[in-house]
Design a protein around this ligand. Structure first.
Ligand code: KG4
Length: 357
């Protein structure tokens, strides 16, 4: 008699910040990935935690429902539920983890917890039916750059395990790269999140028009708070010199002002990120280099990766756009590896706001 092998089907839920996302993965292949982004924060120029939790409450049922429907999977066919346990906004995480726990208990299936930052790294291993698998070989370095984190992570195989070992070898000592983009964009009166707006304006500007103070931090660590101050002081000094009191008035005095300012800011942030990554790759003799997190959508950073790859003979890995910002596909991939490793989460586990990976 032919034995029918049961498929491993993971439902993943991500709700760490302001995106409610659910994904379904079957035997390691992504079947669906559905995300509801929250527009409610735009008018406040940043994520409002209380509003984020409320929006997750509204979004979670329809998002999970749509992910299951698109995958053609019924709840009864699920093997486990993977959920982001942290780091992130506690109220947001509580919505996702409580939902995941309730569903896992009702279906009598295991719960798998995923660290959000590890999820970003695992985005490189997400396989879909429409693209050939293309992922880094171990060991590799991953530059993890998002709104809340800037880290260089060394990723290596763990014997007998599917989930790799991740070691942070460098990280920001103050602001994250995405935070620097967003805060500077706010100064220019651009909508939230400002990163994509800076990227757009930068394409029409001169990256050498303005020079900002670059941090001088030891080792592989980053710092972006000084750069943000230097950006502010540049604007303040120009306002004084032109006798105006707003960025818009300044833009009327200086041709291509916002475009040049954005191009120079982006150039500096990318340069800071890449120089430390280059040092780490050289010191550790690692030539497989990946980027992950929301800021990896930045066109200047993507171009720099390709350029450094050519110059320093790295094999570079840049995730598809859909897997750069917060998404449940990456949580499903990490959850699948942990499921295969038998790493389940007790039902009384609580979310956490801060952690290292
Ligand atoms: O990973 P992510 O979606 O959320 C966090 O976990 O933080 O990253 C969001 C960050 C925001 O700071 C956003 O401005 C930035 O990613 N971002 C960009 C671009 N697209 C998103 N920054 C620069 N250029 C972009 N094109």
């Amino acid at each position: 008699m032919r034995r029918i092998m049961k498929k491993t089907v993971i439902l993943a839920i991500e709700s760490s910040c302001d995106d409610t996302s659910a994904a379904v993965l079957c035997d390691g292949v992504l079947l669906s990935n559905v995300t509801a982004s929250q527009k409610v924060h735009e008018e406040f120029g940043g994520v409002v935690p209380e509003l984020a939790s409320r929006a997750h409450q509204l979004n979670i049922m329809p998002v999970v429902d749509t992910a299951l429907k698109r995958a053609g999977v019924d709840k009864s066919g699920l093997s486990a539920i993977a959920v982001t346990r942290g780091p992130g906004l506690l109220g947001s995480l509580l919505v996702g983890t409580s939902f995941a726990k309730g569903l896992a208990m009702a279906l009598g299936i295991p719960l798998v917890e995923v660290n959000h930052l590890q999820g970003h790294v695992m985005a490189h291993f997400v396989e879909t039916n429409d693209a050939e698998p293309h992922h880094p070989q171990y060991p590799f370095l991953c530059l993890l750059v998002s709104g809340g984190n800037s880290q260089i992570v060394k990723v290596d195989a763990q014997e007998g395990k599917h989930m790799p070992k991740m070691e942070i070898i460098g990280q920001t000592i103050d602001d994250a790269a995405g935070e620097a983009f967003d805060k500077c964009a706010k100064v220019l009166g651009l909508p939230y999140p400002g990163g994509p707006w800076i990227d757009k304006l930068a394409k029409q500007g001169n990256p050498k028009a303005f020079v900002f103070a670059e941090p001088n931090i030891a080792g592989y660590n980053y710092s972006f708070s000084g750069l943000k101050t230097s950006f502010l002081y540049t604007i303040r000094d120009l306002m004084k010199a032109h006798g105006v009191s707003s960025v818009d008035e300044l833009a009327d005095c200086i041709p291509n002002f916002k475009e040049d300012l954005c191009a120079s800011l982006q150039y500096t942030i990318v340069d800071v990120l890449m120089r430390k990554l280059k040092k780490a790759a050289k010191d550790l003799e690692i030539s497989q280099v990946a980027v992950a997190g929301g800021v990896s959508a930045n066109s200047g950073l993507r171009d720099a990766f390709i350029d450094y790859g050519r110059r320093y003979r790295w094999q570079v890995f840049i995730p598809p756009f859909a897997f750069t910002t917060d998404n449940a596909a990456m949580i499903a991939q990490a959850g699948y590896c942990k499921f295969l490793d038998g790493e389940f989460c007790p039902i009384d586990a609580v979310p956490f706001a801060k952690t290292v990976i």
